[in-house]
Design a protein around this ligand. Structure first.
Ligand code: FE
Length: 225
C-alpha cells in the first residue's frame, strides 16, 4: 500500500505508534485533524418529556452529565490508538477503567435518549412483542422483571433489555457504566438509574421514575433494533 493510499485509520494507528520517532510527519496539525467525538443531538426538545421527565432534568442530564462524558472521552483518547476507533469499538475494547467508563457512558446515554419519546409508552407490537412473550411468558412478566431490576440495582447503573446471540431476550442490571456489548449481547432498551436521571423530579423515589419511564418508552424504535 502506498503512503498516498494509506487509510486515515492506518495513518492514525501509525501516528500513535510513531509520533515520537517522526514528529515532522505527525505534527500538531495532523492531530488537530483527528476525529473528535461530539455530543449527539437529542431526538426531541429538552421539554418534550415533561412533566414525566422535566426540562430541568434533561438540561442537566444531557447538557452537563452526558456532555462531560464526551469531553472526558476526547481528552482520554487523544494521542492513543483509540482516537481512530468508533465509540462502539472503544466500548468493546477498552479495559475496565476511566476510558471505558466515559466511552460507555457516552454510548449508554445516546442510546437512552433514543429509547424515549413524548406520547409513547404502551406495549410493543409485531416481532418484538412475540419475542418478549417467547422469552418472558408475557409482556407483563417482562415489565415486572425489568422494573424489579431497575428499582433494586444497588447504586448507579443501567437496566437493559438485550438480545442474546441465540436470539432469546434477557433483562440485565449492570452497575456504573456497564454495557451489554462487552458480553456479546445486543442492547434493545435501557433505563438509566443513576440518581442524576431522576433526583430533580423524583428525589429518592426511583420506583416513581421507573413508572414514568414506561410511559415514555419508544417501542417503535426498540422494535426496529
Ligand atoms: Fe445518566
Amino acid at each position: 500500500m502506498s503512503e498516498m493510499r494509506m487509510s486515515r485509520r492506518n495513518l492514525l494507528k501509525l501516528a500513535a505508534a510513531g509520533a515520537a520517532a517522526a514528529p515532522w510527519l505527525f505534527g500538531s496539525r495532523a492531530w488537530a485533524a483527528a476525529k473528535e467525538f461530539s455530543l449527539p443531538k437529542l431526538p426531541w426538545p429538552e421539554d418534550a418529556l415533561a412533566p414525566l421527565i422535566s426540562k430541568e432534568t434533561i438540561s442537566y442530564h444531557y447538557g452537563k452529565h452526558h456532555a462531560a462524558y464526551v469531553k472526558n472521552l476526547n481528552m482520554l483518547v487523544k494521542g492513543t490508538p483509540y482516537a481512530s476507533m468508533s465509540l462502539e469499538e472503544i466500548v468493546k475494547k477498552a479495559p475496565a477503567g476511566t476510558l471505558f467508563n466515559n466511552a460507555a457512558q457516552d454510548w449508554n446515554h445516546t442510546f437512552y435518549w433514543n429509547c424515549l419519546a413524548p406520547q409513547a409508552g404502551g406495549e410493543p407490537t409485531g416481532a418484538l412483542a412475540e419475542a418478549i412473550e417467547k422469552s418472558f411468558g408475557s409482556f407483563a412478566k417482562f415489565k415486572d422483571k425489568f422494573t424489579e431490576t431497575a428499582v433494586k440495582l444497588f447504586g448507579s447503573g443501567w437496566a437493559w433489555l438485550v438480545r442474546n446471540p441465540d436470539g432469546s431476550l434477557a433483562v440485565l442490571g449492570l452497575s456504573n457504566a456497564g454495557n451489554p456489548l462487552t458480553q456479546g449481547k445486543t442492547p434493545l432498551l435501557t433505563c438509566d438509574v443513576w440518581e442524576h436521571a431522576y433526583y430533580i423530579d423524583y428525589r429518592n423515589r426511583r420506583p416513581d421514575y421507573v413508572t414514568a419511564f414506561w410511559k415514555l418508552v419508544d417501542w417503535k424504535a426498540v422494535g426496529e433494533r
